[in-house]
Design a protein around this ligand. Structure first.
Ligand SMILES: NC(=O)c1ccc[n+]([C@@H]2O[C@H](COP(=O)([O-])OP(=O)(O)OC[C@H]3O[C@@H](n4cnc5c(N)ncnc54)[C@H](O)[C@@H]3O)[C@@H](O)[C@H]2O)c1
Length: 324
């Protein structure tokens, strides 16, 4: 069974046959993690689907609208094509894309061995998805969240399988970043953690084990204090966005400045993660500064809306003038 999808490449539409994946036609459980279902086809969900497909793991991606899924398929195809062109993948674009199927509901999660949630960084949105997944998925299916900072334990608590819920936290851009945090919630069993770790290795990534479900896990808990400090310094007029980024690139050997990274991640994602950390700890140091709150309210979310700490043109290139 196939359907055709038009993918825009180098300003030309190319027709791709997208398979209805045979592995998802059978109800039998896999021996290990052989089929993955991703919820949310934004920048992270698309990246996760891509790395699964590149590793030979069939994946179904869901989102609320077909347009979002079509956009995700185009961005995946564009990225895979680039990697194929550089000789980094041993397979053709069509072979890899044929392992990805898109859907606008959760029904096929019933056939998955692992479900990876990558929807908005909002507790209520994620809990609603976890409640639904708990109904649709087989009891033995693992359910993981890609959350940046929402406690895994709070997501697990709305299911009847908290021992099979874990965090699998990928980093942006997913095809390039090797680390994946494997997070143990309060009720997650060692067996679940170990299956999560094996899956990360299977798709060619490096597991970073997080033994306790603490706010921000390992990497964000280390990175966010400097992100917050940089935002507060701009707010206080101590330095400009450009100078802080330039200084970090030239003095600290970073490839991207804090604000460039923030625009790539999405200001709403950082805001949601900081609020989750603030609620979890009650520690005011995590409370998002006014400058971030204002931008999120105005819909200046970074690259995805064409404006954040910087402004971007239609092609995603940066405009000269910064906004603040
Ligand atoms: N952006 C990053 O750099 C980054 C890095 C690591 C982790 N994360 C985490 O990954 C998750 C996703 O982030 P993102 O940047 O991809 O966000 P995004 O806004 O780009 O994408 C989220 C997607 O989820 C979809 N969605 C929302 N509710 C849904 C539902 N009920 N069912 C199906 N789909 C739904 C949206 O339509 C959207 O396409 C967040 O939890 C975020 O904290 C993001």
């Amino acid at each position: 069974m196939q359907k055709r999808v038009d993918i825009l490449f180098k300003k030309e539409y190319v027709k791709l046959h997208v398979n209805l994946i045979p592995q998802f036609l059978t109800e039998e459980a896999g021996m290990g993690i052989e089929r993955v279902f991703v919820v949310g086809a934004g920048v992270m969900g698309a990246g996760i689907a891509q790395v699964c497909a590149q590793a030979g793991v069939p994946v179904v991606v869901s989102d609320v609208k077909q347009e979002i899924l079509d956009r995700a398929m185009k961005s995946i195809a564009w990225s895979v094509e680039k990697l194929v062109g550089k000789g980094k993948l041993g397979e053709k674009l069509e072979t890899i894309m044929a392992r990805i199927q898109t859907v606008t509901d959760l029904a096929l999660s019933a056939r998955a061995d692992l479900v990876l949630e990558a929807a908005f960084e909002k507790l209520d949105v994620k809990q609603e998805i976890f409640r639904k997944l708990d109904e649709t998925c087989r009891p033995e299916t693992l359910i993981a969240s890609n959350t940046s900072a929402i406690p895994i334990t709070e997501l697990a608590a709305v299911t009847r399988r908290p021992e099979r819920v874990l965090g699998l936290h990928f980093f942006n851009p997913v095809p390039m970043m090797q680390a994946v945090e494997v997070i143990k919630g309060a009720a997650t069993t060692d067996e679940t953690v170990s299956k999560g770790r094996e899956f990360v290795l299977k798709i060619g990534k490096e597991p970073i084990m997080v033994n306790r479900d603490v706010a921000g896990f390992l990497i964000n808990r280390i990175n966010y204090p400097s992100t917050l400090e940089a935002m507060r310094m701009v707010e206080e007029g101590i330095g400009s966005v450009e100078d802080i980024d330039k200084g970090l690139r030239l003095a600290s050997g970073r490839r991207m400045g804090i604000f460039e990274t923030s625009d790539m991640v999405g200001l709403d994602v950082t805001y949601g993660a900081l609020m989750a950390m603030y609620h979890e700890t009650g520690d005011p140091r995590w409370f998002p500064p006014m400058i971030l709150r204002r931008k999120v309210r105005a819909g200046h979310l970074g690259r995805k809306t064409g404006r954040g700490w910087y402004e971007y043109n239609e092609e995603g290139g940066r405009k000269e003038k910064r906004t603040s």
